[in-house]
Design a binder for this molecule. Sequence first.
Ligand code: GLU
Length: 336
Amino acid sequence: MPPSDATAPHTPSHLQREPRGRYAPSPTGALHLGNARTALVAFWHARAQGGAFVMRVEDLDTKRSREAFVATNLDELRWLGLTWDEGPDVGGPCGPYRQSERFGRYERALARLEAAGHLFACYLSRKDLQELASAPHGAAPVYGPAQRALNERLGAQKRGAGKAPSLRFRAPPGQVAFTDLLAGSATFDAQRDVGDVVVRRADGEWAYQLAVVVDDLEMGITHVVRGDDLLPSTGTQLLLYRALGAPPPTFLHVPLLLEADGTRMAKRKGSLTLSALKAAGVRPERVVGLLAYSLGLLAEPTEVSAQELTASFDVGLLQREAFRLDEGGLGWLYGR
Ligand code: GLU
């Protein structure tokens, strides 16, 4: 068994400081305020209990990731006042801390899943899947019996025509359940809610779902704090932990920060970034204060550093609802 296998027990001496939390930015743009808010919760959660905080760069998607944003994102988080014990810039016992340098690990985990009979080759294109669902523009439906049957029917011909398959993880029957530190208990039916997810794409790129599980596992992460837009992914990830024979971490999904119009913040639509705030001369303490207020950690926005709020961080205070950044909040940031 290779020493860094996904299911190998961790060397306790390396990872004794618990909890071990992480923030995992994708360098596809500058970080917006919603990203910053999640990063702060991850940082406070780990540090308030004397744990370790890991920074992992999720530059998995080679087409969308940009090298320049790796440095930008780390600079933005440092400006916000975060520090980390392990990461691409500071090293650590669980490196490398960039997904683009961890492909061999994903390969090994994939081989284990393959050997245990969890994977199958899928030759269906996005178009095939959309036509099957008769929802040409809708979200891809859960991949289930109808999709498997179509794959059986068309697979041989497509393989013969030289089409490369994606690899999918076959959802087992039954349920997966977990208790989120904030959202409470959630149950997913593996076949109805999760379905057979892609673990390696047809173009050879690794799927987020597999990479994030292998990384959190091999980095000894005990608590995954992330935005609640990723809550639906947790069912998939729990199935992968199970298939790899490893216990899953504890999850805390942070409700999102919304734009004034109530829509989600997103890098691609130009939501307000930390870089923009920094360039505008806004003090990071203003940003931290507003975000802490939006989370329920302060009664009103106050200038405060991330470090100063660490000791008083309490999951029990966190708001369970999304927060809308309105004119009042923006005005406070810019001192208007
Ligand atoms: N890299 C993901 C993002 O930037 C986060 C993944 C995770 O926290 O599991 O949205």
